[in-house]
Each structure stands twice: as C-alpha cells, then as structure tokens.
Design a protein around this ligand. Sequence first.
Ligand code: FAD
Length: 368
Amino acid sequence: MQELSLGIVGAGIMGKMVGLLALKRGHRVSYFDNNPMLFDGTQDKTIPCSLVAAGMLSPFCELEKADLIISRLGEESLPLWEEISRDLSRSFYFQKKGGIVVSHPEDKNEVFNLKRKLKQHNLEYVYEEIPKTKLDSFEPDLSFNFKEALYFPNEGHVDPLSFHKAFVEKIIPQCTSSHFETEVLNIKPYKIETTKGHHSFDYVIDCRGLETKKDLDSLRGVRGEVIKVQAQGIKISRPVRLMHPRYQIYVVPRPMNSYLIGATTIESEDFSPVSVRSALELLSAFYSLNSSFSEARILEMNVQCRPAFTNNNPKIIFNKEGGLIRVNGLYRHGYLTSPKLAEILLNKMNDTSGNNSSFSECCFWEDL
Ligand SMILES: Cc1cc2nc3c(=O)[nH]c(=O)nc-3n(C[C@H](O)[C@H](O)[C@H](O)COP(=O)(O)OP(=O)(O)OC[C@H]3O[C@@H](n4cnc5c(N)ncnc54)[C@H](O)[C@@H]3O)c2cc1C
C-alpha cells in the first residue's frame, strides 16, 4: 500500500478517527486545529462539539429518529471502537454493557413506536424486553420506578474527554507534525494555508465540522444542550433513555459517579447558554428516574451545535481530481459513526472511480 502524507484540518472526533486509522495503515499524518491540544474545559474558549457530546454508541436506539444507514455505520463502528480502546491507554473510558430504554406507564406508546421502527427494519432481535426482576439485577436503582425496560446488549458508550486525553498522549506523538492553536484560513486540493504559513500534502482531509459551512452551504447547526451531574449513593451503569412524547432524555454514565443528561435537538444555530426550560425538562426527567438523584450536584451545563446536512446523514466528499476530501454532517452520531466513516474514507482515498463501493450512499465525488 502506498504511504501518503495527510494534512487533517480539525481534530474533533472525525479528524481524530481519520488520523488514528491512517497511522495504523502507515500513512504520515499532520494535524491542524484552532483549539489547544489539551483542551480540558478550563480554557476560556467554547468547548468544541466533540467534547460536549454524550458519547453514546447506540446504533439501534437511534433508529427511532435516524435512517438505517446510521445504524449500519454504528454497528460496524463498534468493533473498531473495541480495537481502539485496546490500543489506547486504560484511562480511556469505553464501555460495552448495552443500553436501557424505559418509559413511565402513561408514555408506553413511545416505546411501542421504537419497537415498531425496529420491526420495520427486521431488527427485533437487537433488544430484549426485561421484566422488573431482571432490571433489578441489571440496574437496581432504576427498578424502583420502572416495572419493565428494553435492553439493547450491543450498544456502548465512551467518555469523550478521556478519549481526547488518551489520543493526545498516545496518537499525537506518532504524527509527523501537529499544529494546535492554529487557524486554517484556506483549504485547497493538496494545500493548507494557516495564519502561520503554507503546507502541502498528498491529501488534505477537511474535518472542520460546522466551520466548513463556508465551503458547504448545505450544512446547518442543530443545537444540543447537556447537563453534567455527580451523584453519590446511587448508581446507573448503562446509558438510559427515558421515552417521552415531548422530551426524550438520555442519561449517560461517566467516570467518578458522574452522569451526562441530554436530549435536546433544537433547529437553531444558537450557541447561547442552556435555557431555563431545557434545564427544567432535563433535570425533572432525570429526577423521575429515581428521586435520590435530587441530591446530585450540577457540575456543568453545555451547549453546542451539531453539524448536519438536510437529511441528517453524513457525507464523505472526494474531490474528483484528488488531493482533498471533506467529511462532515455527523449530526448526533459523531462517536457512533466516525470509526466506520474513517475506514470508508481511507479505503476509497485512491479510488476516484466510485465503483463497487459499499456504503456508497454516503460517498460523493465532486469538483471541490
Ligand atoms: C449535546 C450533544 C450531544 C451529543 N451526543 C452524541 C452522542 O451521544 N453520540 C454521538 O455519536 N454523537 C453525539 N453528538 C454529536 C457529535 O458531537 C458530533 O457529531 C461531532 O462532534 C462532530 O464531529 P466533527 O469532528 O465532525 O466536528 P467538531 O467536533 O466540530 O470538530 C471540528 C474541529 O475542527 C476545528 N476547526 C474548525 N474550523 C477550523 C479552522 N478554520 N482552523 C483550524 N481548526 C478548525 C475545531 O476547533 C474542532 O476541533 C452530540 C453532540 C451534541 C452537541
């Protein structure tokens, strides 16, 4: 295989995945990102989308709203995540214990709708209906308020911040060069122009997320809000989705008894702080899982806008003449789908014909 030099613009989850898998194939990787290398939330800068994310890897639960392609990409990404977690340090928090879906009795229809969607795709085998006794052995702190649940054994979750730290520790030293706190001004086939100079590569990979809007006008931002809490004396070890007709929340376990509560998908490119309404909805739904959560402490509230195309599915766009690839529109599914997207991108990097492609629905060849 030919060893290529890759200039990756954007070290969010997509850029990180491309670089990580490219290094494994023997390519030379250089990074460019306008954020600091070790972004840990203490800097006076907006927390990037990849670090605000909940980190759920839910190929099946997401089918409630997403297309089948997301589920397929997610399903094929899970074994790649397992491999990545073996390669990275043990401090990377990756769990594959499955996910739980519950509803209060009056909202049972929402669970029924999810089951109906899965049936439409012949995916009834991906979940198990578990009674209170089994829920009690899985997640005892949930069984007090819920008599039954759906259990999805082949789902997982990661802690984005621990992935970011492990990446900086293990992967960045393997790169040819890394240019953090460096704004990229211009991207062209084979060329990157930054505030500090010009660079040439065999391929430029554009992973700038929503910032690529200047070059891809069909991209839009979809606001999401999350609240991080810490709770003592109560434990949930799998991501839990509470189905509700208006606000469906998820609670994702994080290291050190902390949890990320999220849900909102608001059609607006609004980066202003979390609204009172969203905070009330997220926290009251969280409290309804188990009233002992009332004593949890709020650690952070964050907002970001997810990069999305009109159909909410990702695109890998290859320049017809080579030298530039853009990958974007990861929407709610950056962690879920990026390993497989990176693999597809690298497999097709030198194939400008577009023939014989699996996942062809997310690959496009254009004049960039
Ligand atoms: C509230 C919320 C919850 C989410 N939960 C989940 C979840 O549970 N599971 C899941 O799979 N996904 C989730 N997501 C979605 C996920 O976060 C996104 O899909 C993902 O972050 C998109 O990744 P990206 O790498 O394409 O873009 P980004 O994460 O936006 O990364 C782009 C990078 O490019 C850099 N950049 C941009 N412009 C320039 C420039 N000119 N010069 C240099 N650098 C530049 C930025 O600094 C940034 O580091 C969630 C998102 C939100 C907002």
